[in-house]
Design a protein. Structure first.
Length: 574
């Protein structure tokens, strides 16, 4: 038999086995495909064990979440804005999906590399674990323990990879042996103590050596068996891990909480305060909690147990202290207020604004009580993950109805909206006033400290701009010619809206009817019935605040201090 260098020969232990013509040599394409699949399965096992470990350490230590968080932190502002603009509330789902796709591609390549060099394959998974560990550890609230899921995951991934490569690179002799010896004996050599060393070396080479040797046999059956086991283990570990992570969920604790009765209730709504019942497509006066826009940097929503909650005051206070949730709930100055909040990232005509009835305690009184010092011009607000939002101390003290809120539309704050406590300062964009999951307020100065968004070049102070938006008709809609309502909302928190004007095509501006004012901090709906002749029309809206500021016509992007421009849409009457 040509080229049949048998392994029995002691002298060949250092030689690479050479293809035996009768060995079941596998097509190269198939071996590569299976190696790539081995990479993918190993990644699944790694992620599965990481999730399982994260169930012990905490959800934020999961490498996918931690890497996603790191990506958010490191992403340049224009890209982030693009994501908020195009994916809106789904930006985090897109990010996690994107992270998983990158991991999958990496894993496929890693499988191919590992087929050629196992050490390189192992290194590849170790690197993958290192990135996860680094991301988890360097989170603002990260600890050394947070590296554990990545390390355990990488270890499990390496074992899975090695196990999956064995059937792809079984030495040809082994596979061919039974045929040659004509007996059922995969263990032919192992019973013989004389060959024990040789077997060891062989095993070692099998596990660590270059797998892509010519003629290595491919044991498909064993590969799919091992692969099936790997997939099952990954699913059980990952699924179980996710399930166990639910023990961190605070949904139940939130449901068990009852809000204090406010000492000062919201003012009664004026008659006909909400016009949305009469006009299809008009934004309701109050936004349902479930419909409320959400903007934050948290991939996994922070879960704070009410019993663990502590709000710490630090920095330039005369008598700083910390507060538990009952200490806040039991105060006798609890207020209930209707307030519209808006995001600096809102585009002209955008949806990043909402109105709720909030319950909380007055921020100004709270700060004074703790002796906030006159030298402080910034409050560095920290959430439970260490995210920072810098609010001007002046506004926190002086803006009427600025509050530490714990109730939203009759319920404890929804977890996504900052449970159990967030800050609200009417008239400022959320990124400088509305810190959710608030656990720390440090009285400091703008000179001494740049908060998260300011570090990313957003304006340090963020007063909201006068804005108005057309809700109906919807842009680019075709509707029957004739009379129909043009309607929408307008806001200028703390000042109030005095006037909304609408222009159709090149006609004069016409003043819209406004819904009764609920509060200067609440948006106003506006309506203008209009007779549309058949044809194409453009509709433009602009608002004026009660202190006489007209909405700015010039277009500006949200970055760095909020968009400006009149909202204008095209419609067709047929
Ligand atoms: N902890 C924390 N609070 C945060 C943010 C955040 O990323 N983290 N985003 C802010 C921004 S930019 C806005 S516009 C508001 C949005 O509040 P909402 O999600 O309840 O609508 O929350 C603010 N509070
Ligand atoms: Mo925002």
């Amino acid at each position: 038999m040509a080229g049949s260098v048998r392994r029995q020969s002691v002298t060949t232990s250092a030689q690479a086995p050479v293809a035996a013509p009768d060995s079941p040599g596998a097509p190269r394409g198939l071996r590569n495909a299976l190696a790539a699949l081995a990479g993918l399965l190993s990644a699944a096992v790694a992620l599965g064990f990481a999730e399982l470990t994260a169930a012990l350490v905490g959800p934020a230590s999961s490498p996918v979440i931690a890497v996603g968080d790191a990506v958010i932190t490191l992403t340049p502002e224009p890209v982030k804005e693009f994501a908020i603009r195009n994916f809106g509330e789904n930006d985090k789902i897109v990010l996690v999906a994107g992270t998983l796709v990158v991991i999958a591609v990496y894993a496929l390549l890693l499988g191919l590399v590992a087929l050629r060099s196992r050490p390189l394959g192992i290194l590849g998974i170790a690197l993958f674990g290192f990135v996860g560990a680094l991301a988890a550890f360097t989170r603002p609230a990260g600890s050394l323990l947070d590296v554990l899921p990545s390390i355990v995951g990488a270890g499990a991934g390496i074992l899975a990879l090695l196990a999956l490569l064995v059937p792809l690179t079984a030495p040809s002799g082994a596979a061919a042996a039974p045929a040659r010896h004509g007996r059922e004996a995969p263990a032919a050599g192992s019973a013989d103590p004389a060959h024990a060393d040789e077997r060891m070396v062989e095993r070692l080479r099998e596990i660590l050596g270059s797998g892509d040797r010519k003629g290595a046999a491919l044991d498909r059956r064993r590969f799919f068996l091992t692969g099936g086991v790997a997939l099952g283990v990954a699913a059980v570990a990952g699924g179980g891990g996710r399930l166990l992570q639910r023990r961190f969920d605070v949904a139940e604790a939130r449901a068990d909480l009852s809000l204090p009765k406010p000492a000062s209730a919201a003012a009664a709504l004026p008659r006909g305060a909400d016009l949305s019942g009469e006009i299809d497509g008009l934004t309701p006066l109050f936004t349902d909690n479930r419909e409320f826009y959400r903007v934050d940097t948290a991939i996994s929503v922070p879960q704070i147990r009410p019993s663990d909650y502590k709000l710490s005051l630090t920095g330039m206070f005369d008598s700083p202290r910390s507060y538990t949730l009952p200490e806040l709930f039991e105060r006798d100055d609890v207020i209930e207020r209707d307030i519209t909040i808006t995001c600096v990232s809102n585009e002209v005509g955008g949806q990043l604004a909402g109105t709720a009835r909030w319950i909380g305690i007055p921020l100004g009184a709270f700060l004074r009580e703790n002796g906030v010092q006159s030298g402080s011009d910034q409050l560095a607000c920290r959430d439970v993950n260490g995210m920072t939002i810098g609010a001007p101390t002046r506004s926190a003290l002086d803006v009427e109805d600025a509050m530490l809120a714990f109730g939203m539309n009759g319920e404890p704050l929804p977890v996504e909206h900052g449970f159990p406590v967030r800050m609200l300062i009417p008239g400022l964009y959320g990124y400088v006033s509305a810190c959710k999951w608030l656990t720390g307020i440090e009285a400091t100065t703008f000179d001494a400290f740049d908060a998260y968004w300011v570090e990313r070049d957003w304006a340090a102070e963020g007063p909201i701009k006068v804005a108005s938006r057309i809700d109906t008709p919807a842009p680019l809609r075709e509707f029957p010619a004739g009379r129909r309502a043009i309607a929408g909302v307008a806001w200028a928190q703390t000042r109030g809206i005095a006037k909304v004007e609408v222009r159709v095509d090149e006609e004069d501006w016409a003043e819209a009817e406004l819904s009764p004012e609920v509060d200067a901090d609440v948006w106003r709906q506006w309506v203008l019935p209009y007779d549309f002749p058949a044809g194409r029309h453009s509709i433009t809206v602009r608002a004026t605040s009660a202190d006489g500021e007209e909405q700015v016509e010039a277009r500006a992007t949200p970055f760095p201090s909020g968009s400006t421009g009149w909202h204008s849409i095209q419609v067709v009457a047929a």
